[in-house]
Design a protein around this ligand. Sequence first.
Ligand code: IPE
Ligand code: IPE
Ligand code: MG
Length: 256
Amino acid sequence: MEAPQAQSALEERVKAGKLPRHVGIIMDGNGRWAEARGKSRVEGHREGSESVREVTRACRRLGVKALTLYAFSLQNWGRPAEEVAALMDLLREFLEKERAEILDNAIRLNAVGELEKLPHLVREPLEKLRADSAHHREMVLTLALSYGGREELLAAAGALAQRAATGELDPARLKPSDFEAALWTRELPEVDLIIRTSGERRLSNFLLWQAAYAELYFTETLWPDFRTRELLEAISDYQSRERRFGLTSAQLKPRA
Ligand code: IPE
Ligand code: IPE
Ligand code: MG
C-alpha cells in the first residue's frame, strides 16, 4: 500500500494535466473477484458498487465532465435469472443510496439503453433521479443499462431511415453529425478514454460508434479493486498519449 500522500500527489499532477472530458468504463470482473474469495457472484457485484461510488466521487472532484459506466448489457439479460434479479436489486439500492449525494454535488444522472426492458423497481427511481437532476451541470453520470452498441446503431439507422422515407432527410447528404444526433448518447461529449478492467481486451458492445477515436486503457485489476488510485493511474496514462486523429505528430505541434 502506498502512502496517502503519494496518491494525493498523483491526484494533483493529474488535475494539473489535460483531463479527459468524457470517460467510459467497462466495469468487468465482479464475478471473478468473488469466486477468488469463495463468495457468491452477487457479493462481487455488491463490492463493485463501492467502486462505482468511489470512482464517481473521484471524477467529480477532478473535474471530469462526463462519466459513462457500462453497468448492464443487453446481452447480460441472458445470465441466470437469480443473478439478473440481484443486479436489478443492487441498481435500485445504488439509485436510492446515492440520490442525495448526486443531487448535492450538482451531478446529472442519465441513462442509455433499452430502458423499457428494465423492471419497474429500477425504472421508477431511475426516472425520478433523472428528472430531479436534469438541470445539473457539474458532471453527467450516464449509466449504460440494458445497453448495446449495435442495438443503438440499429435504432439510429432506423430513425434516420424513417426521416428519409418522409423526405425530411436526404440520404445522399447524411453527415456524421446527423448520425450522432440519432444516437442515445446525443447529449454527451466525445468519449476521450475508455477503461476496461479485469484483463479482457474487448469492447463487448460498448459505445461502438463513439469509440472511434477514444483512447483505450486495459488493466488486469478486477472492478471491485478499481478505486481512486487506479482511476488516477488510468488518467495519467491517458495524459501521456498523443491523440493524432489521423494527422502527423508535426501537424499537432503549435508553431513556435
Ligand atoms: C461485470 O462483472 C458486471 C456485469 C457484467 C454486470 P462480471 O459479472 O462480468 O464479472 P466476471 O467477468 O464474470 O468476472
Ligand atoms: C461487459 O462485460 C458488460 C458490462 C461490463 C456491463 P461482460 O462480462 O458482459 O462481457 P463479456 O461477456 O466478457 O464480453
Ligand atoms: Mg465479465
